[in-house]
Ligand binder design. Sequence first.
Ligand code: DHK
Length: 145
Amino acid sequence: MPRILILNGPNLNLLGTREPDVYGRETLGDIQSLCESAGKEIGLDVDFRQSNHEGELVDWIQQASTGFDGLIINAGAYSHTSVALLDALRSVDIPIIEVHLSNIYAREDFRHHSFISAVAYGIICGLGSHGYVLAVEALAKKIAP
Ligand code: DHK
């Protein structure tokens, strides 16, 4: 069965209580369950992780080359700051989708640029948790069209 890795960056562990007007009331655990169910339905094995630490995310991205067929990433605030994540993603030869819960283009100017976008073949933002499910479905089609 194809395997995909879903990575979540800093502060996403606080979903449910953090700025619910922006990020919704679902927890990261809820989103994990949605992704796992979507994966099960399509026939994708989903490995879902979160870290507040840039270096740990870099390590996981580097490891994604072996054993994973695709990657979904919501890098949180590191999307807007991290050349290290961009470089790590460039070293990985699997399809990447960038996801944001909120519409980053309707928010502060500093959120309008994402380093991740340069290496993603698709970007989903503003659709809340449903964006993750759409990303799982899109990645499944990309991996096994
Ligand atoms: C999540 C964050 O934590 C922010 O730093 C980003 C993103 C947006 C989201 O919408 O999922 O700017």
